[in-house]
Design a binder for this molecule. Sequence first.
Ligand code: ATP
Ligand code: MG
Length: 140
Amino acid sequence: LEKTLAIIKPDGLFGNYTDDIKGTILEQGFSIVKEKNVQLDEATVKTFYAEHSSKGFFPSLIKYMTSGPVLLMVLEKDNAIADWRALMGPTDASKAKITHPHSIRAKCGLDTEKNCVHGSDSPKSALREITFFFRELSAD
Ligand code: ATP
Ligand code: MG
């Protein structure tokens, strides 16, 4: 079984989408191995999204991700990384509404930035991201 890091971003929590999203996660055969509700600070978001530090949207991304609490979850199932990315839909939620109407971002997101959920994009980033937020799982 494979693990991935999922985040319900501040707009997801503010919009009361948590129960819906978790229902979809369980329905699709994932188990929620760990979860933690946290308010991220700037330093944490900067490190987490370090790969985007040179992009123009970086300051705005930090503001967004620290605008309220997030729900961190470790999801587990066969092919969890790709399957969770598919369930989320494309980064731009406004496009997702047209091309992937049943995706989570289509239902809960707004645009390229406020897209409601995060998912690790590779086995390497899944390991990095899970270890980053849940140190005690780093050995699996
Ligand atoms: P995530 O990494 O959050 O799962 P992703 O892999 O689909 O999303 P990335 O390209 O890694 O997208 O971008 C990380 C996050 O930065 C996006 O989810 C979004 O919140 C924000 N973002 C990405 N591109 C833009 C953009 N052009 N303008 C504003 N915000 C952006
Ligand atoms: Mg990404």
